[in-house]
Design a protein around this ligand. Structure first.
Ligand SMILES: Cc1ncc(COP(=O)(O)O)c(C=O)c1O
Length: 343
């Protein structure tokens, strides 16, 4: 039986959290003289809601998940760091990752003095067999599954995620930063009967709000309670809360942009497949494409000389360059540049 106390660090279990002014008084008093704020109205002279209830209510209505199962972070990256701080005993617990994958899991683990165990994805970037994964699970900690995966673009089946969660005594974190570009079903569906599952989504990608820094964590309420206990009291500023609600309530524009990005992704892939110096173009369920080039360093440099910046992933994937799908106009310029370099 999963018990949150068995995976929470002792210092966190025993912590009396900071209690902010807006935590202690949540009513609608006329005179607020409790938080040492400036009393003159600037629209931002008051501290924000520490638990972002209106934003959570909006997300809860859209996603059908209880407010108590939601945590909002200053980007997904804040949630990743807090998960380490709460649930990974430094030098004891482990972080399990499936490379090639998003680099922050490893960096966050190292910042928190947690050893990283790498279980490589297979040649098509699919998860290894459950037997191979199990052999590597030598202690509790955090296990990250990025789906759709950055930088490979493929997603992982819910059945595999569930099987891994059932065989692991720590938390399984499914990072769905790119889920809005995919037809795959979110792992949120597994939450009711997977108590050690955490799902991360973000407004940084499909919602076009990377500058806002809003990441959504979905998990069993016992896990969320621990994250709330250790987060900075006012981690989400008032402007971000307000903008986030607005964005989530007006999705027509975002939906059009997602459709356009997906259509452009398909077009771009077809063109890339015809360029001779590209050895392989991987299918993508995200807003980027991974392609394997014969001469990646030259292509990367020459694109840069033409003012086009893509991501060099050769340190993780030989020959691998990751290209974010741009606007139709940007993609035309990219293709022209790639053809010129290839000729
Ligand atoms: C897989 C993945 N997760 C999380 C993030 C970061 O998300 P946020 O902007 O919400 O911190 C990124 C950003 O590139 C990403 O690729």
């Amino acid at each position: 039986m999963f018990n949150i106390d068995n995976i929470t660090r002792k210092n966190i279990r025993e912590l009396t959290p900071y209690s902010s002014a807006r935590n202690e008084y949540t009513g609608s008093a006329i005179i607020l003289l409790d938080a040492n704020e400036n009393p003159y109205n600037t629209d931002l002279n008051r501290y924000p809601d520490p638990y972002q209830l209106e934003l959570k209510k909006t997300i809860s209505d859209i996603k059908g998940v209880d407010i108590e199962q939601l945590f909002i972070g200053n980007g997904s990256d804040e949630a990743i760091d807090l998960l380490f701080r709460a649930f990974c005993e430094p030098r004891e617990d482990k972080a399990y990752i499936f490379p090639p994958t998003y680099g922050m899991y490893k960096v966050s683990a190292k910042i928190n003095n947690v050893e990283v165990i790498e279980i490589k994805l297979n040649e098509n970037f699919h998860l290894p067999s459950i037997e191979v994964t199990k052999e590597n699970l030598i202690s509790k900690g955090l296990l990250f599954i990025c789906s759709p995966n950055n930088p490979t673009g493929n997603s992982h089946p819910l059945s595999s995620i569930k099987e891994i969660a059932n065989n692991f005594h720590g938390l399984v974190i499914v990072d769905e930063a790119y889920i809005d570009f995919s037809d795959s079903i979110s792992a949120i569906r597994l939450l009711p009967d997977t108590p050690n599952l955490v799902v991360l989504q973000t407004l940084s990608k499909a919602y076009g709000l990377a500058g806002l820094r809003l990441g959504i964590t979905y998990a069993n309420e016992n896990i969320i309670r621990v994250l709330n206990k250790i987060k900075p009291p006012y981690n989400i500023n008032s402007l971000s809360q307000h903008k986030g609600i607005e964005a989530l309530k007006n999705t027509a524009n975002v939906e059009n942009q997602i459709s356009s990005i997906i259509a452009q992704r398909i077009k771009l892939m077809n063109v890339l497949k015809k360029i001779k110096s590209i050895k392989q173009v991987y299918p993508s369920e995200a807003n980027f494409i991974l392609a394997i080039f014969e001469n990646p360093e030259i292509v990367f440099k020459e694109l840069q000389n033409k003012g086009i910046i893509i991501r060099n992933r050769t340190s993780q994937i030989p020959g691998g360059l990751r290209i974010t799908v741009g606007t139709p106009n940007q993609n035309i310029k990219l293709i022209q540049a790639l053809k010129a370099i290839a000729s």
